[in-house]
Design a protein around this ligand. Structure first.
Ligand SMILES: [Zn+2]
Length: 95
């Protein structure tokens, strides 16, 4: 089970619970890629992208992991959803 996380929602304009959507967003930009895990506001479904990799050379990301991001692997999404370092780095407020 994922941790409950809270964040100020741009849709509701106040702090809300956000839910792990289980989906990743991968964006290639020249030689670098960005990878996010998408959370959604429980109330209004406003999305919030939590950074996993930022401006990273694809060769630095383990191949299996990169494929998991592209396939929206649920287990990997769940792992990140319970990764305290990742959540703190994204300024998620834990309950
Ligand atoms: Zn909201």
């Amino acid at each position: 089970m994922s941790c409950k996380i809270f964040h100020r929602c741009g849709g509701c304009g106040k702090k809300q619970e956000f839910v792990n959507s289980g989906r990743f967003r991968v964006n290639a930009n020249g030689n670098c890629v960005d990878v996010w895990l998408i959370y959604r506001c429980k109330k209004c479904k406003h999305s919030w992208n939590l950074t996993i990799y930022e401006r990273t050379k694809p060769g630095k990301i383990p191949h299996d992991l990169f494929e998991a991001f592209q396939a929206n692997d649920e287990d990997v999404a769940e792992e990140y959803g319970n990764n305290m370092d990742f959540l703190k780095r994204n300024k998620a407020e834990l309950n």
